[in-house]
Structure formats: structure tokens, C-alpha cells
Design a protein around this ligand. Structure first.
Ligand code: FES
Length: 132
């Protein structure tokens, strides 16, 4: 199966690889796995607490080229977006942008799940801070 040029580009030059400190209050972490293939993706966002805008993002993906490309793409996209905008990101947009074939669609779903989990994690943290 041939990967699209965009997948190869992100695979060879992944953007925003790395981690933030998970315990940082401004950081949301999403860690998800794909049962079908066992691939794992960690996606983190750094949020400006006063504006609710995502200022930076990082990822680490143990998985196939499409999963790496999907997470790399998402870290680029969410920068400058609000939490609501990031949580509304659809895997179909990722799959389309990367021209993923049907068998690789679950890789983009992993990226959608990861960004949603990261937003949720950040929100839960904020609520805990407010409650404290
Ligand atoms: Fe499973 Fe790509 S093959 S995430």
C-alpha cells in the first residue's frame, strides 16, 4: 500500500514530537490505544488559562506511519484553536487531508480520540483546581 506524500512528509518530519510535564495545570494529556492494531498515541496540549486557547501541542506515537502523520497534523492544527474547536475536530478531516485509504481510517480516529481526551483531561484538571 502506498502512503500519500503528506503522510510521508509528516512521518519523516514529524512536527511537535515530545512531551509536556503531565502535572502542569495548563497541560491536558490524552493517551489512547487502538485495539485493532495495538498502536498507542499520546497527545498533549498547553492551554492559556485566561483565554482558553491552545498555545502549544506535543505528541508521541507508537504506531504506524498514518498514526504518526495524523497526530503530527493534529498538533499543528490545534495551535491557536479554542478547546471547543479542538474537541470538535473530526477524524474524517484528518483522513481527507492525509488521503488515508479505508484500512488506515482508524489511525485518524486514534488522533481524534487523543485530542478529545487531552481536552477532557485539561477540563477535568481545571474543575478540580476550581473546586479546591
Ligand atoms: Fe493502527 Fe495505524 S495501523 S493506528
Amino acid at each position: 500500500m502506498a502512503y500519500s506524500e503528506k503522510v510521508i512528509d509528516h512521518y519523516e518530519n514529524p512536527r511537535n514530537v515530545g512531551s509536556f510535564d503531565k502535572s502542569d495545570e495548563s497541560v491536558g494529556t490524552g493517551m489512547v490505544g487502538a485495539p485493532a492494531c495495538g498502536d498507542v498515541m499520546k497527545l498533549q496540549i498547553k492551554v492559556n488559562p485566561s483565554t482558553g486557547v491552545i498555545e502549544d501541542a506535543r505528541f508521541k506515537t507508537y504506531g504506524c506511519g498514518s498514526a504518526i502523520a495524523s497526530s503530527s497534523l493534529v498538533t499543528e492544527w490545534v495551535k491557536g484553536k479554542t478547546l471547543d474547536e479542538a474537541a470538535a475536530l473530526k477524524n474524517s478531516v484528518i483522513a481527507e487531508e492525509l488521503a488515508l485509504p479505508p484500512v488506515k481510517v482508524h489511525c485518524s480516529i486514534l488522533a481524534e480520540d487523543a485530542i478529545k481526551a487531552a481536552v477532557q483531561d485539561y477540563r477535568t484538571k481545571q474543575q478540580q483546581t476550581e473546586a479546591a
